[in-house]
Design a protein around this ligand. Sequence first.
Ligand code: URA
Length: 239
Amino acid sequence: MKTERKTLDRALSRAGVMSRKQAELAIRDGRVRVNGLRERDPAFWVDLSRDDVRVDEQPLARWQPLYLALHKPAGLVTTRDDEHGRGTVYELLKDVPAWIAPVGRLDKETSGLLLFTNDTDLAEHVTNPTSSLWKTYEVHARGELDDATLERLASGVTLDDGPTREARVRLLAREAGTTRLALSIHEGRNRQVRRMLEAVGSHVLALHRTAIGPVSIGDLAPGAHRKLRPHEVRALRGD
Ligand code: URA
């Protein structure tokens, strides 16, 4: 069997039992045993293929990876608990039995494709800028942006945290003092698309993510979610 050496807190979150933060608390509270002995150090190394790990006396179920695509509507925040009491994306995932976390974030006012998983390795791979997965957005922007402006967006604009890397830009329409475009980036900086449009003197009126690498939102209805297909998970991993 493959070796599954991980720190205890990470092993619990990987097992889909709880978040890493919750795992750390559970371990420090003495709720976790490794091979019969209470273990209070979250950084204790375990090998899930050999060690018997139990939480509240319950053996860790074998880890089942879960990968979901959600069509996030605008207006919900990408967090589990919002300190201001705003609606969160987890309200749409009440039927999901496992602990899962979003892969990256979308702003409250952004709609579209948001992935969730309990596979932290895959999540790290997808959010890592070097994975070169393109994230594609449909942007509705203020102003009829000319070709030179679209070229600037594609070749890189300077933001306050540095220049953006090359992007792919496709004009969809110029209409009634606005522009619709498909913009693909493979970084994931905070509010990056909104800041890119501000940098060229425009402003985002609406933002919708249509794809992350090989996964497209397709006809998934707003608020609905679906499991990723095995070939989509393999392609996200780059297999
Ligand atoms: N870029 C943004 O500005 N906002 C998002 O939600 C995603 C990308």
